[in-house]
Design a protein around this ligand. Structure first.
Ligand SMILES: [Zn+2]
Length: 367
C-alpha cells in the first residue's frame, strides 16, 4: 500500500503503518485536549488508541497465522485508521478454509475480551456502565469493551469484512463460488449504504468505512469473476500482438510519436532482445511537463516491471495485472517478447466472449 512504512516484523510478517494513522493520533490527542485540556487526558486518549490498534493487529495475526496453517503466506499487515488489512497471498478458495481463516480474527478479540473481563471480575474492578465513557473509567474495562465492539463490528455480514466472508463461505459451500460472491457483494454494498447514512448523521468515520466496504466488495467480486472467466485460457489467446517497443536511448519525442500513431499506452523498453523497462503514459506525461521532450527514455522508464509467459493461464496474469499497480504486462515466449496484456484488452476479450456466448450458447470459451 502506498504511503505506508514498516514498523516491525513479527513471525516473518511485515507490519506496516499507513501515514494517515498518525493523523488519527493527532486528531484523538486534539479532541481530548479540547474536552479535558490536560496533558494526562491527552496521553490517556492516545494510549487508548494505541491499545485499540494493538488489538486490531492481534486480530490480523489471527487471520494470518491461521492462513499459514493452510499454506497461505501473508505479504504484510497494514494498520490504517479504519482498521487493519492483512495482505494474504491469495484468498482461500476452499469455503472451509476461508471460514476458519476469517473467524480466527474475531476469535482473538473474543479471547481478549474474556481475559480482560475475567481480570476485572477477579480484581472487582468493575464500575457501572453508566459511569463509563470513551474518556472516563477504568482503562481495562474500556479495553475489554473495545474488544467486544471489534468482535461484533467485524461479524457484521458486510463483505469484504469478516462477517461477509463467513457469509460467502457459507453460501459457497452450497452454490457456485461466483454467485456466492455476488450475493455477499450485494450484502456488503447494502451495509455500505447504511454505514454511509450513519456517517452522514453521526460520526464521519463511518463514511470511510462505507467507502472501504463498497469499493472492496466490488473489487473482490470482480476479481473472482475475472478468475472464473479466465481460468484455463492461455495468455497468448488474449494478448495484444501488434505493439511497438522503444529503446532506452530513444528520446521522449519518439515515444510521443508512437503514442499518437496507435492506441498503445505503455511501451516495453528493449535493449536488443532484453527488456529493461516499461515506459508508461503517466511517467511520460509527467516527465514531459517537467523536463521537455529531449530526455532519454532510459531516465523516465520504470525499471520495476512484471512479465508473463505465453503459456501461462490468463487468470493468473490478470490477477498479477491487478496487483502490480501497473497497466501492462509484457508476454514472453522463449525469451522473446510476443505480446502485451492490458486491462483494456482483457475487457475487450470479455466482451467478445460474452457476445459469442449469446450467439451460440454452446460456446463456453474463446479458445
Ligand atoms: Zn478480520
Amino acid at each position: 500500500m502506498k504511503w505506508s512504512f514498516r514498523i516491525a516484523r513479527i513471525a516473518g510478517i511485515d507490519v506496516k503503518i499507513h501515514v494517515t494513522f498518525f493523523l488519527l493520533l493527532l486528531w484523538v490527542g486534539y479532541s481530548y485536549w479540547i474536552t479535558a485540556k490536560t496533558i494526562p487526558a491527552v496521553l490517556n486518549g492516545i494510549l487508548f488508541v494505541l491499545f485499540l490498534f494493538l488489538f486490531v493487529l492481534m486480530h490480523e495475526f489471527g487471520h494470518s497465522l491461521t492462513a499459514r496453517k493452510f499454506g497461505i503466506k501473508t505479504r504484510d499487515i497494514t494498520l490504517l485508521p479504519i482498521g487493519g488489512v492483512s495482505q494474504l497471498e491469495r484468498i482461500p478458495r476452499e469455503p472451509k478454509q476461508e471460514f476458519w481463516v476469517t473467524l480466527a480474527g474475531p476469535a482473538v478479540n473474543l479471547v481478549l475480551a474474556i481475559l480482560l473481563f475475567g481480570w476485572l471480575v477477579l480484581t472487582e474492578g468493575f464500575i457501572s456502565l453508566s459511569q463509563l465513557s470513551l474518556t472516563e473509567g477504568s482503562l481495562i474495562e474500556r479495553l475489554a469493551i473495545v474488544n467486544l465492539v471489534l468482535l461484533v463490528f467485524n461479524l457484521i455480514p458486510a463483505f469484504p469484512m469478516d462477517g461477509g466472508r463467513v457469509l460467502r463461505a457459507a453460501l459457497a459451500s452450497r452454490m457456485d463460488y461466483v454467485r456466492a460472491t455476488q450475493i455477499a457483494e450485494a450484502f456488503g454494498k447494502g451495509f455500505a449504504l447504511i454505514f454511509g447514512l450513519i456517517g452522514l448523521f453521526t460520526n464521519p468515520f463511518y463514511l470511510l468505512i462505507a467507502l472501504f466496504v463498497w469499493v472492496g466488495a466490488g473489487q473482490e467480486s470482480r476479481s473472482v469473476q475475472v478468475k472464473e472467466t479466465f481460468s484455463g485460457i492461455p495468455v497468448k489467446n488474449a494478448m495484444l500482438t501488434q505493439f511497438q517497443t522503444l529503446s532506452p536511448t530513444q528520446r521522449l519525442s519518439d515515444a510521443i510519436e508512437a503514442i499518437l500513431a496507435g492506441y498503445q499506452q505503455d511501451f516495453p523498453v528493449m535493449n536488443g532482445n532484453e527488456m529493461v523497462g516499461v515506459l508508461t503514459r503517466k511517467a511520460l506525461l509527467q516527465s514531459l511537463a517537467r523536463d521537455g521532450q529531449t530526455v532519454n527514455i532510459a531516465s523516465v522508464m520504470d525499471r520495476d516491471f512484471t512479465t508473463a509467459k505465453s503459456d501461462e493461464m490468463l487468470d493468473a496474469v490478470a490477477e498479477r495485472l491487478q496487483n502490480c499497480g501497473c497497466s501492462t504486462v509484457p508476454v514472453f515466449e522463449n525469451d522473446k517478447i510476443v505480446g502485451l496484456v492490458t486491462m483494456d484488452n482483457i475487457g475487450e476479450y470479455l466482451m467478445i466472449q460474452a457476445a459469442l456466448r449469446r450467439s451460440s450458447p454452446e460456446t463456453q470459451a474463446l479458445n
